[in-house]
Design a protein around this ligand. Structure first.
Ligand code: WQD
Length: 326
């Protein structure tokens, strides 16, 4: 098989490219480089530069590379920005997906893997979120992921495609420093940024109904996420009628306070001490995956712990921020 990986030059996408090629799969990348970078892609992997919204381009890439399966990761992923720019998010994430699916159907591509998110659940009121937990997204971003899953399932059924939507929980870490996250929109890089600037890391609220009062999440190493894609791609290759929706998480809750302590340990930076500030609007107290279904369906299991995630993320951060070494 030859897999097209859209968004393959991004943080998660480049890890998927690495895991797929390490696993012996043939891949080609399509990325508009709006947030991705070509340095993330090995020279041996063909890179087509452009947007998934360009049907002619997608048609040509599918044809010229004789693509037989697609892993669609291209999209916008900032929750806050999606509240301000819903039209942009629906266009990029839903129309972008529709464009790729239509091209796939026209070209006879029969395998489709979609990058979804735990944000489809919104504020789940359960200890462990299973794939049967109701989906009530709280942001346009989450809505575009849920609408995307519906579209993938419907097109799969109508056009005889094997499909899988993978719901990522909180992704962190890096396979190597060069592949690290270069944004600052999540807890780990936000704490790194504050520490590098000599400012106190912020804890958004410590009055949640959790044991230490801070929010609980299910952090997962990006290499584990990538390995789940390889397992899912192989499953789709073998099972032409697959229609899967799977959580990718570790099934273990970690609080913000615990995460900040791990960051202090790993970086050796205990000063300035973290400061508790106002709650961030819209944050659920607890979101932790049940990983039972993905284990049963794909035999996949997370291998990395929180410490490895934070240590590998810090190495990548230091590479891009030499001023962090003091
Ligand atoms: C984690 C926890 C914050 C920064 C979002 C999306 C989700 C997925 C991942 C895209 C929260 C707290 C954070 C800080 C803090 N995105 N925090 N101080 O909100 O769980 O998930 O990103 O696919 O869909 O919703 O992730 O990393 O922003 O926050 O206390 O400086 O850390 O309040 O409890 P979140 P996050």
């Amino acid at each position: 098989m030859t897999w097209l990986i859209t968004g393959g030059a991004g943080y998660i996408g480049s890890h998927v490219v690495k895991a797929m090629t390490d696993g012996g799969e043939s891949v080609v990348v399509l990325d508009d480089l709006s947030t991705g970078s070509k340095d993330r892609i090995p020279g041996t992997v063909p890179l087509e530069i452009g947007t998934v919204l360009d049907r002619e381009l997608v048609d040509r890439v599918l044809r010229e590379h004789a693509v037989t399966g697609i892993v669609h990761l291209a999209g916008k992923k900032q929750v806050g920005e999606s509240v301000e720019k819903p039209l942009h998010y629906y266009y990029e994430n839903v129309e972008g997906l529709r464009s790729v699916l239509e091209a796939a159907a026209d070209a006879g591509v029969r395998r489709f893997l979609f990058s979804s998110s735990a944000s489809v659940y919104g504020m789940p009121d359960v200890d462990l979120v299973t794939e049967r937990t109701p989906c009530l997204p709280m942001s346009p971003y989450g809505e575009t992921k849920l609408a995307g899953e519906w579209l993938v399932r419907a097109v799969g059924a109508a056009h005889g495609m094997a499909t899988a939507s993978l719901r990522y929980f909180n992704v962190a870490g890096a396979a190597s420093p060069e592949l690290g996250d270069d944004g600052i929109f999540n807890l780990v890089p936000m704490v790194f940024e504050r520490l590098t600037a000599g400012e106190a890391p912020r804890v958004f609220g410590d009055d949640y109904p959790t044991p230490d009062g801070t929010c609980i999440r299910d952090y997962i190493h990006v290499e584990d996420i990538a390995a789940a894609h390889v397992a899912a791609a192989r499953r789709l290759a073998e099972d032409a009628s697959a229609s899967l929706v799977l959580n990718i998480g570790r099934g273990e809750g970690v609080s913000v306070a615990e995460m900040v302590t791990t960051i202090q340990d790993v970086t050796g930076r205990r000063e300035p001490a973290p400061a508790v500030v106002e709650r961030r609007p819209g944050d659920p107290a607890r979101v932790v995956a049940s990983a039972d279904l993905i284990r049963a369906e794909l035999g996949w299991e997370a291998r990395h712990d929180i410490r490895t995630m934070v240590a590998s993320a810090w190495e990548g951060w230091c590479l891009r921020h030499p001023e962090a070494h003091v």
